[in-house]
Design a protein around this ligand. Structure first.
Ligand SMILES: Cc1cc2nc3c(=O)[nH]c(=O)nc-3n(C[C@H](O)[C@H](O)[C@H](O)COP(=O)(O)OP(=O)(O)OC[C@H]3O[C@@H](n4cnc5c(N)ncnc54)[C@H](O)[C@@H]3O)c2cc1C
Length: 161
């Protein structure tokens, strides 16, 4: 496991867990770093935050490179950025961001898959019930989609000056 490093610019570290949570709540997608042996792989996924379980849910296709990598190594690190804009003339960017690490597993139980999908709809959509009505009419939907769960183990936040 990577040894936890203290942040160099301690004055920029977000220490209020509620503010860190806000970045995660407001974010729509996360960029995840995966690795297999000495090869890195990176990708971006939309997510739904389940605050109570301290986890993120994702939906994906049934096949693909990320699933192959995760099968071998489920440990990931990810970042969510609240982009507050480039500061012209300063060669600088305003932001708040979080970096988290954790472990990804496949959601296998149908009840948890339903919960995972609704968590995503609630997180991402203004009218989650309308989407439920459109896409989740029958349980057969869940055989065509893969759901993943990222259990968050560590999270840090940082903001620009
Ligand atoms: C904002 C955003 C939200 C997204 N939300 C989701 C989501 O909710 N669920 C989901 O499954 N996917 C989502 N994607 C797409 C996702 O990033 C991947 O492209 C997709 O999941 C396929 O990944 P894979 O590893 O199975 O790739 P594969 O289809 O197996 O392809 C692997 C190959 O394609 C390349 N590749 C894969 N993805 C990309 C990419 N995005 N750009 C350039 N090259 C790529 C890889 O480098 C590799 O060479 C989202 C992308 C963005 C930008």
């Amino acid at each position: 496991m990577l040894k936890r490093y203290h942040m160099q610019k301690t004055e920029r570290e977000m220490t209020d867990q509620n503010e860190i949570l806000k970045v995660l709540k407001n974010g729509k997608y996360i960029t995840l770093a995966l690795s297999l042996a000495d090869e890195p792989y990176i990708l971006t996924l939309s997510y739904g935050l389940d605050e109570g379980s301290n986890c993120l849910y994702f939906h994906t296709a049934l096949k693909g490179l990320k699933l192959k990598v995760l099968e071998e190594n489920p440990k990931v690190c990810g970042t969510v950025i609240e982009d507050l804009g480039y500061v012209s003339g300063e060669c600088s960017h305003k932001y708040r961001s979080i970096v988290l690490s954790g472990v990804i597993s496949n959601v296998l139980e149908i009840d948890e898959k339903k919960h995972a999908m609704m968590t995503m709809f609630k997180h991402l959509e203004k009218d989650p019930d309308a989407l439920k009505e459109r896409f989740l009419k029958s349980d057969s939907v869940y055989s065509k989609v893969n759901m993943l769960k990222l259990e968050i183990q560590e999270i840090t936040g940082k903001e620009s000056s």
